[in-house]
Design a protein around this ligand. Structure first.
Ligand code: ADP
Ligand code: MG
Length: 728
């Protein structure tokens, strides 16, 4: 094998191609967004399988995770019943029993799973039509390259086999091999964790930990490696947050004090309702923040419909009073468009004319875009609303005073920092979220922010009624859902029907971030927008109704047109994905029907439910699920049905989710997200790491004497910025 010495400042910042070759590098970039050696080495194994201590096929416990060594007997692909797509079924045997593996729409696996091939298979035992099966198991096939026979058979059987996150183009085994090549040429790594801290906690040096997490020879080695690297992650993150917090507080911002008899006063005088006590209190805190000469960095959390937007709007008016501009960042185009309309309506014609709320999104026609960009750069638009396209380089402001980020759980701390770096003079930042946030989560993901809460809802809200439709126990109730829907529509109301998938083409990537938050692996094909549309349109009960779809694969004009038509009452039933999850406000919409409700997280269901019952009409939420009583999937749905209290549900969410993708994509999908750290389980560790990080920073504020730590911080930001730009 050819060796390439790694010789820049830090080997972790080397491009992958140098050591692995351009083809492999490009495959890893496409599959995982991995560009550097450091990113490859922190692509940690998801779990470890072992050749020894295996489950026998004749004793397979239902619903438990098992690991089996077996041989493939045969494999076949068949179309799904009543749906587009296919199922690949492979039968495997350990010589005593036979088990079926199933994969939905992954026919390509047939090229791996050839008859006669042996391997190790791991997954959770399920049941389908009376026989045991593994749906979407992890597997590692034995090949000629599989471990050297230089070790004893006993040691071989006990060696942990790392199982990596893999894709259809790069298998776990290929990751393992690439990491191995890298480790062979890797020099000693400088440890971001200071020696004294590491020794006091009994942690492994960085280089050792990296080796052992990828190539352990016994379980205790990867345990120790994970522990060390998890601490390192917490420590680097907390140092980054503390440094950021400190830096932000040292920056000069423009104070924004509303003018007497100005825009804010005019707005308050015309407001058609009384602000709640919480809104007033939070509003006062924000007013103080933005009147100061250092930038505000505040998170505002409050239930869906608690009136966060009006609080943010009042801050924008204060900024406009000083001649400044505000940017409102929404997670989707649909929401950006809706924010524009509702802000225009709330301002009223006079104020709207003076503030010129302006939309800037990626899909704006060129002429409109040019006009909007001009309004932003000249300062004529005092409120600019958009998706993260707003933060691209072509968008310039005359005097950006305030950035409001709506529904923050779509953005992580690194994205926020990348975003702040875009402004010359740092703007005040207000982050809005409807997801209540536990302390350690706040400290990890929002550690650079001050936090306020709106706990009370505006008066006069009629509570939403929630019912579970348990198809596992009562298959006959499926039709009752549609009956109930038709009753609701008969009263002149409108409804949402939410499905977990767009259509049965599972390979096609969803467009909107929100559509990626589906929980777990499918145990049956997901209900789709396409089939639900078809079914409702074919149903005579809805012959007189207009039923339309809404999902992330529509163009933004189509989405916007449909959302607008729905808001105007021209569409009766909107069959949608979670694109409609956040912020959408249609007072006449009274029913929310969620199909395959168990596919969604607790907080997500709660958010969806918050879409209805926003006007004066009572809301109805039907959570349709085929999950069996007692399963975690069913428990999630039951938790949501049991209460309307978002804070209680957030707590429940933490208890129910084993691994913490508490904040959806913030912690899971993206490269710059957390790797080993779990904010729920690791709360204690996070607090300790924060303590130690603050000692280090107090002693060496610029980290001049902690160069490896300095580099680790910069690396985080570079990665985040790259991610951020890739998405813009
Ligand atoms: P959030 O952004 O927190 O989900 P919004 O700000 O969109 O909530 O408010 C939801 C609805 O409640 C809007 O129609 C808004 O005008 C209205 N609203 C806000 N505050 C009050 C209040 N104090 N009293 C009555 N209605 C209110
Ligand atoms: Mg909102």
């Amino acid at each position: 094998m050819q060796r390439y010495p790694l010789s820049v400042a830090s080997p972790l910042d080397q491009k992958l191609g140098g050591a692995l070759g351009a083809r492999t590098a490009s495959a890893f970039a496409k599959a995982f967004g991995i560009a550097t050696v450091g990113e490859l080495l922190t692509h940690y194994p998801r779990r470890y399988a072992r050749r020894g201590e295996l489950t026998e096929l004749s004793h397979l416990p239902l619903d438990e995770n098992v690991t089996i060594v077996a041989e493939v007997i045969d494999v076949r692909e068949r179309p799904m019943r009543a749906k587009k797509g296919s199922i690949l079924e492979a039968r495997i045997t350990d010589g005593k029993g036979i088990l079926t593996l199933t994969f939905f729409n992954q026919a390509w696996r047939a090229k791996d799973l050839r008859p006669g091939v042996r391997g190790i298979f791991a997954g959770k035992v399920g049941e389908y039509r009376g026989s045991r099966q593994l749906a979407h198991p992890d597997y590692e096939l034995f090949t000629d390259e599989d471990p050297a026979p230089s070790v004893s058979p006993e040691a071989w059987a006990l060696t942990p086999i790392p199982i990596y996150p893999a894709t259809s183009t790069v298998s776990s085994w290929q990751v393992h091999k690439a990491v191995g090549v890298m480790l062979d040429v890797l020099p000693e790594l400088d440890d971001p964790v200071p020696d004294a801290v590491r020794d006091a906690r009994g942690l492994l040096p960085f280089s050792t930990a990296i080796r052992l997490i990828h190539q352990p020879s016994v379980d205790s080695e990867w345990h120790a490696a994970r522990k060390s690297l998890r601490f390192q992650e917490a420590f680097v993150l907390q140092t980054a947050l503390l440094e950021q917090r400190k830096r932000l507080r040292e920056l000069a911002a423009t104070p924004r004090v509303p003018k007497e008899g100005g825009l804010l006063e005019q707005f308050d005088a015309a407001l058609s309702f009384e602000l709640t006590a919480d809104q007033r209190e939070v509003g006062a805190a924000i007013a103080d923040d933005i009147a100061a000469a250092e930038p505000m960095n505040r998170l505002l959390q409050g239930e869906v419909g608690s009136g966060k937007t009006v609080v943010a709007l009042r801050a924008m008016l204060a900024v406009a009073d000083t001649g400044g501009q505000s940017a409102l960042l929404a997670p989707t185009e649909v929401l950006a468009g809706q924010h524009l309309r509702s802000i225009v309506a709330t301002l009223g014609p006079d104020l709207a004319a003076r503030l010129r709320p302006t939309l800037i999104t990626g899909q704006l026609p060129t002429a409109d875009r040019r006009k909007a960009l001009l309004a932003a750069v000249t300062g004529q638009a005092h409120i600019v609303i958009g998706t993260h396209a707003l933060m691209s380089e072509t968008v310039e402001f005359f005097d950006l005073g305030l950035v409001v980020v709506d529904e923050q759980h779509r953005f992580g701390v690194d994205q926020r920092e990348a975003l702040r770096r875009k402004g010359a003079v740092p703007p005040h930042v207000l982050v809005l979220t409807a997801t209540p946030i536990p302390r350690t989560v706040a400290m990890t993901v929002f550690g650079d922010l001050d936090i306020s809460t709106i706990a009370e809802l505006p008066a006069g809200r009629i509570p939403i009624e929630t019912f579970i439709v348990p198809l596992a126990d009562r298959p006959g109730w499926a039709d009752r859902v549609w009956e109930r829907l038709s009753e609701e529509l008969a009263q002149g109301r409108q409804a949402f029907v939410v499905c977990p998938a767009i259509d049965s083409d599972a390979e096609a990537p969803p467009v909107e971030a929100g559509e990626q938050d589906i929980v777990g692996e499918p145990s049956h094909p997901l209900t789709t927008v396409a089939e639900t549309l078809q079914r409702l349109r074919a149903d005579p009960r809805f012959a007189a109704q207009r039923v339309e779809g809404l999902h992330g694969r529509l163009s933004s004009e189509e989405k916007d047109a449909r959302m607008r038509a729905f808001a105007a009452g021209d569409i009766d039933v909107l069959v949608a994905t979670t694109v409609i999850e956040v912020g959408v406000d249609v007072p006449n919409a009274s029913a929310m029907i969620v199909l395959d409700a168990d596919r969604f997280g607790v907080s997500q269901l709660h958010q969806l439910r918050g879409r209805v019952g926003r006007g004066g009409v009572p809301g109805l939420c039907l959570l349709v699920t085929a999950a069996e009583t007692g399963t975690p999937a069913r428990e999630r749905v039951e938790a949501v049905a049991a209460t309307l209290d978002g804070f209680e549900l957030a707590q429940k969410d933490l208890e129910l989710r084993q691994e913490g993708d508490v904040l959806g994509s913030v912690q899971s999908g993206r490269r710059s997200s957390l790797r080993l750290l779990r904010v729920v389980k690791d709360g204690e560790l996070i607090l300790e790491a924060r303590e130690l990080a603050s000692l280090v920073l107090a002693d060496d504020p610029t980290l001049a004497r902690h160069s490896a730590l300095r580099e680790a911080l910069d690396r985080r930001l570079d990665e985040a910025e790259r991610d951020f730009l890739a998405k813009s």
